[in-house]
Write a protein that binds this ligand. Structure first.
Ligand code: NAD
Length: 511
């Protein structure tokens, strides 16, 4: 069934149609929402947006599913997620290639994204037997306290174009084992991968008697569909991944109805290179983190903070390497940098480079590529921009392959630069000095949610809690104890004595 990754390269629309057919997706040709491949800007499918009435009905179905699913024992819920993971394993080549066709990331990364889905399913299966609460010592004789964890109900997921399938899976796999139903509003730029995921989940549910209908629902649409989810009091938790602008719009709406949010927003990630760093290692990490996914990861390396004593050894190597990075069709095995998502992303990159030059930056690369061949697509060479200071353009997240380079003299100065932006997602230090590494990791060090030593800021594993501070939104998803966000906690006190002592020794005698 799997498609051959090295096969002759076909028109994107033809490949998409073949893959969708193999995955059992029936109708991806009709509807108002069009999907274009970043590879050549061609139309590859159409889906129907969920209108208000449809969304309303789908959320009602999800509520009914949640009410049935919460009674299913967690290990049995885990069994469904295990089956879904098995479907993903079978479909990995097809789904990975579909990600590449619709999102434009290189095939290795498309496949990696599906692997991440498989990994979180495995994690969630184990978790389904470990939704532990505490037993707590009571101050009263003959009493016991404990915590129990219960499903929330319906979890809404809003996802971004750049991880069109993994982010949903991070949320959904945990939400399901925690006993919730999931309503997914995917990015309007990647509706077809969402259809494929939904179909794979439905196929995992086939023959699984405990799975209610509408345990997973997809609401296709643009920001307005996301806004409706945010305002809907039936959505107990809204997990929203995207720009800080989106988070600013969504968070107050959910807060006004006392709902819960889990925000995974923009990043502006830094890597510090210290005098003692292994420069060969640092170089490889810098390249992958800065230009992988064409600079369109939330964890993309955007700010390189190099010690002045080694800048003249490291920077010439980067200046030589940047123009040689292979930009091209993401399906071809030699390509390292695929297209940007659309022409607007290219225009935003251009504006950022012009602003950087106006602020004193010196630019290597960044030019348009393959324009004559693909006028409707946006291929850009990665840009390396040496800046005199961390000026306003460096403080913004431009979702494109631009790496700003700054210099530092002391570790304190490097940490201050790392922390002096509004976002707080990922950060790294390259050093072989234990004291420097520990200081960077300490409470006086990086203020980010992800803080690494001798690896880049990008490319997290699912076992850790993922997310960031400040304008990145403060949410955590994926591994560690992130599951707690998908459940509500009840504190229970049980009296097994024949007396009724009050806490704090309070006396309240009624005679
Ligand atoms: P985006 O904010 O434009 O869109 C993300 C999603 O939010 C889409 O589904 C969109 O339809 C929806 N949306 C937009 N405005 C909305 C509103 N007002 N109300 C409700 N929904 C709304 O982001 P994008 O361009 O798709 O993705 C890139 C951004 O996502 C970058 O900023 C990147 O850093 C961020 N991102 C963050 C993480 C993370 O884990 N922190 C992961 C991936 C992407």
């Amino acid at each position: 069934m799997a498609c051959n990754n090295e096969a002759v390269v076909l028109e994107p629309a033809r490949e998409v149609a073949d893959i969708l057919e193999r995955l059992g997706v029936r109708d991806a040709l009709h509807g108002d929402l069009e999907s274009y491949s970043p590879i050549d800007g061609s139309l590859i499918g159409r889906v129907a947006s969920a209108g208000r009435t449809d969304s309303d009905a789908q959320v009602a179905r999800a509520c009914a599913a949640a009410a049935a699913w919460r009674d299913v024992p967690p290990p049995l819920r885990g069994e469904l997620v295990r089956r879904f993971g098995a479907r993903l394993r079978e479909a990995k080549a097809d789904l990975g290639r579909l990600v590449t066709l619709e999102n434009g990331k290189i095939l290795q990364e498309g496949l990696g994204e599906v692997q991440e889905m498989i990994d979180i399913c495995d994690f969630a299966v184990g978790l389904s037997r470990q939704l532990h609460g505490l037993t707590i010592a009571s101050e009263r004789p003959g009493h016991r306290m404990m915590e129990t964890w219960h499903p929330l109900g319906v979890v809404g997921v809003i996802s971004a174009f750049n991880f069109p399938v993994a982010v949903w899976a991070w949320n959904a796999a945990l939400a399901w084992v925690c006993g919730n139903a999931v309503v997914w509003k995917p990015s309007e730029k990647t509706p077809l991968t969402a259809l494929a995921c939904q179909r794979l989940f439905e196929s995992a549910c086939e023959g699984f008697a405990a799975a209610p209908a509408a345990l997973s629902t997809v609401l296709q649409g643009d920001a307005s569909t996301g806004q409706a989810l945010a305002a809907d009091p039936r959505i107990a938790l809204l997990s929203a991944t995207g720009s800080t602008r989106m988070g600013r719009a969504v968070a107050p709406v959910v807060a006004a109805r006392f709902g819960r949010v889990l925000l995974e927003l923009g990043g502006n990630n830094a890597l510090v290179v210290s005098p003692s760093a292994d420069l060969d290692l640092a170089l490889r990490a810098i390249v992958f983190s800065a230009v992988g996914t064409a600079g369109q990861r939330c964890t993309t390396l955007r700010r390189l903070i190099v010690h002045e004593s080694i800048a003249d050894r490291l920077l010439p190597r980067l200046r030589a390497l940047w123009p040689a990075l292979v930009v091209g069709d993401p399906r071809e095995s030699g390509t390292l940098v695929g297209p940007l998502i659309d022409l607007q992303a290219g225009a935003a990159m251009q504006r950022a480079l012009e602003a950087a030059i106006a602020q004193g930056g010196v630019v290597v690369g960044g030019e348009a590529r393959l324009h004559a061949k693909h006028p409707l697509a946006c291929y850009r060479a990665p840009a390396l921009v040496e800046m005199p200071a961390q000026s306003s353009v460096v403080q913004q997240e431009t979702f494109a392959p631009i790496l700003y380079v700054l210099r530092h003299r002391t570790l304190d100065e490097a940490i201050a630069l790392n922390n002096a932006v509004a976002q707080g997602l990922a950060s790294s230090i390259f050093t072989t000095d234990l004291r420097e590494a520990e200081r960077f990791l300490s409470s006086a060090g990086s203020d980010c949610g992800i803080v690494n030593v001798n690896i880049g800021p990008s490319g997290a594993e699912i076992g850790g809690a993922f997310g960031g501070e400040k304008e990145t939104g403060g949410g955590r998803e994926s591994g560690s104890d992130a599951w707690k966000a998908y459940m509500r906690r009840a504190t229970n006190t049980i009296n097994h004595s024949d007396a009724l002592p009050l806490a704090q020794g309070i006396r309240f005698d009624i005679g």
